[in-house]
Design a binder for this molecule. Sequence first.
Ligand SMILES: NC(=O)C1=CN([C@@H]2O[C@H](COP(=O)(O)OP(=O)(O)OC[C@H]3O[C@@H](n4cnc5c(N)ncnc54)[C@H](OP(=O)(O)O)[C@@H]3O)[C@@H](O)[C@H]2O)[C@@H](O)CC1
Ligand SMILES: [K+]
Length: 518
Amino acid sequence: MLEAFSGSDVRAAEAPLIDAGQGDALMQKAAHGLFGVVLGLLREAGRGTYGATAVVLAGGGNNGADALYAGERLLRRGVGATAILLSDRVHTASLAAFTRAGGASVRLDDGVDPAALATHASSADILLDGILGTGATGGLRGGARAFVEAFNDVAGPRATRSTIVVACDLPSGIGVDTGLVDGPVLAADATVTFGAAKPGLLLGNGAVATGELNVVDIGLDFAVFTPAARRLLDADVAALLRLPTPLDHKYSRGVLGVAAGSARYPGAAALAVGAALATGIGMVRYLGPDAVASLIHQRNPEAVASSGSVAEARSQAWVVGPGAVDDDDQRRRAVDAMTSGLPVVVDAGALAGIPERVGPQVILTPHAGELRQVLAERGVDAERSDIEAEPAHFALRAAEITGATVLLKGFTTVVAAPSGILIAQTDATPWLSSAGSGDTLSGIIGALAASVAGDDHAASRLGLAEEDLWAAVAAAGALIHGRAGQRAARRGPIVVSDLRADIGAVIAELLEERRLAM
Ligand SMILES: NC(=O)C1=CN([C@@H]2O[C@H](COP(=O)(O)OP(=O)(O)OC[C@H]3O[C@@H](n4cnc5c(N)ncnc54)[C@H](OP(=O)(O)O)[C@@H]3O)[C@@H](O)[C@H]2O)[C@@H](O)CC1
Ligand SMILES: [K+]
């Protein structure tokens, strides 16, 4: 599990080492880690160091110093590096070291056109962003802002620009602790962060601007600090997957009940059921109208269907709500499932009318508009745009007042547990934002929930408290869903009903990694 600590916790973890006179050594370790990642990126791009070019952006703090020391190392390996100084007080020793190694520098001050410097920067192979690190407050200001705006203009969007941007500690322009982007941001292809990840690298638009995240160990000890955000890694998701044993039968592998679909939206139920089966489960029991059951049976004859009640359909977990609108029977089933004490994935139609207080085993999976509604029902007014700007804040708020685990969908999916923990996943592809995608996600999470429901050690395998298991299950679902989407997108635009083969393939890859790691 990747754990992120707030900027102030990182400073507190550094403090004893700095007091012991280790400040410069820490900075050298950071610079060395950054240098190593840049070398790797140059290699990946098919370039050596000789003849390659780099531009170092240095702000007025220690973040700029890290980048300049990394630039010094690049110069000594034959990279043609220059520096753009974006503050009048750049760290003296690192700039001197950079200059001694042969690096020229230019300062952005009155009379220098940011666009001209941006053009220079956008012609380099590598751009090292040492403008702002954990000392950043608010959106980019002054010359740094003018430069980043000009660079984004000249270089174009990340997907198509030719310069590889490597953020030092964090991309300049993101909120260190929130991932909030207020104004321009220098989106990175890769971020090299020091000591530990910061929450802004995992959350919201900050996670998008981070690109590929590398954490460099500089010897900080976080034992006494609590992570402010987490991200599941492949190994965590693999640890949640339950392998069938020769002693298993269909019931012991987990039975998922699905009360989804309605006369108006039958397809949602078929997608949820198909995704659940592809995730690996003993049985799916479908409850709903006969017409929906027939549709499900066209693709999945193995699903067992009836029009009975939740109490009659013995299951280890439930999915309720996808496509279930204007249907009183489905509404009743949703409430019965939510009050059964079993894990329940609650989506779409079932998100309106959640019982007053539920437990963390109830996993709500709203998008921002639906979360707005859930909050409004409980007297919390927020605009959809507020929620999109601060997803973690509002997901935590909803978890706190409902008692449920809340998975807020988005390109970065954030999961909040009522205990206050946050797990954020950025595994998706924009191709996944299409109708039916959410139904598929609920089926995946439901299947995972049913298969871990009887596993008393699942939470501790991930180093989590028992009550936080459901947040991990939801986040694991988001990872599998996102990964399946990425896989499908290699073939072209995603047709959601075709995702099930990719879901199975992703599960197979995760299990194979687990086997190799043992
Ligand atoms: N501590 C250590 O030993 C180690 C620390 N390490 C490194 O240090 C970094 C933290 O360094 P830091 O604390 O010096 O802050 P940093 O982010 O460089 O910037 C502060 C400067 O930015 C300015 N500024 C602020 N907000 C702004 C805005 N929105 N827009 C524009 N300007 C803004 C602010 O100026 P002010 O506005 O206050 O005049 C101030 O001058 C950390 O990320 C890591 O890389 C590693 O080397 C490991 C060892
Ligand atoms: K930076």
